[in-house]
Design a binder for this molecule. Structure first.
Ligand SMILES: Nc1ncnc2c1ncn2[C@@H]1O[C@H](COP(=O)(O)OP(=O)(O)OP(=O)(O)O)[C@@H](O)[C@H]1O
Length: 255
């Protein structure tokens, strides 16, 4: 039995009269990758912001491992195990890969290091940083200045920085954006590996990748969920095909 880690129940977010997210419910289980797809402006990033705590909800409830976290702000949610990556780059480009991971780990354990000690002495965050960069496949480039990494490696670093906070749930906003075929394969392998001990929500536009890696797919249109099911059922879903997939994902094919 997979464990329910994060649950959003009928969450909504309105910007004035705009219903960016309306009455959306999603469950994230450990050992499961739950993809959220939808056209531009469907509300996917807003949903991630509601789950991560960056935006307050207009309505609804969010719980993490059974605990109501609806009114928790982002840092508290992060410390409780909610990690997220961003569409925008959050890397400190003049710093090395290892330093970037350490900074993220230190943000997770603010009391674990003393201001009068060099941050590098902090064993807890150093260990977490080291594990994270190894896990994300960046062990060989740990001393490289982050700004010199390839686009794909930078996205891996974003994941590593997220992992450095020791999350139990990963909210990933378009980690495959702008990647070439080889980089995509590497990232998909990483996601497949990470889902074994994390619950993952993936927002992604690359449909081939989504259908390969997702265990469940939720489809949003204009802020609302029109379908949430296993990939094969989504592929066949008439409303989804009409509203979103069109001919891009033919029944029974990957395209
Ligand atoms: N801070 C904000 N203030 C006002 N409107 C916003 C705000 N953030 C998002 N919106 C609007 O909410 C709607 C949903 O946006 P959102 O970015 O969540 O969509 P998305 O599905 O992530 O799109 P994309 O795939 O292009 O990233 C859009 O109409 C957007 O313009």
């Amino acid at each position: 039995m997979s464990t329910l880690m994060l649950q959003a129940q009928s969450v909504s977010r309105f910007f004035g009269g705009l219903k960016a997210v309306e009455d959306v419910s999603v469950d994230l289980h450990r050992d499961e990758l739950h993809a959220v797809i939808g056209t531009n402006g469907a509300g996917k990033s807003t949903l991630i912001n509601l789950l991560s705590g960056e935006l307050p909800l207009s309505a609804g409830r969010v719980s993490l491992m059974g605990e109501d976290i609806t009114h928790w702000r982002q840092p508290k949610r992060a410390r409780a195990g909610l990690g997220r990556s961003y569409q925008r780059n959050t890397i400190f480009t003049p710093f090395t890969v290892r330093e970037n991971c350490r900074l993220s780990a230190q943000a997770r354990w603010p009391r674990a290091w003393n201001w009068w000690q060099p941050a590098s002495r902090c064993a807890l965050s150093n260990t977490a940083a080291e594990e994270a960069l190894q896990r994300a496949g960046l062990g060989d480039v740990a001393e490289r200045v982050a700004g010199t990494l390839s686009h794909g490696q930078k996205r891996q670093l974003e994941i590593a920085m997220c992992l450095a906070g020791a999350p139990k749930v990963l909210l990933l906003d378009e980690p495959l954006a702008g990647m070439g075929a080889e980089e995509t394969e590497r990232m998909l392998a990483l996601l497949g590996e990470l889902k074994r001990d994390h619950a993952i929500l993936l927002v992604e536009h690359d449909m081939d990748a989504v259908f390969r890696v997702a265990d469940r797919i939720t489809v949003m249109v204009n802020g609302r969920v029109i379908a949430s099911d296993a990939p094969e059922a989504i592929r066949q879903h008439p409303e989804v095909r009409a509203a979103y997939l069109g001919d891009s994902v033919g029944a029974g094919h990957g395209h």
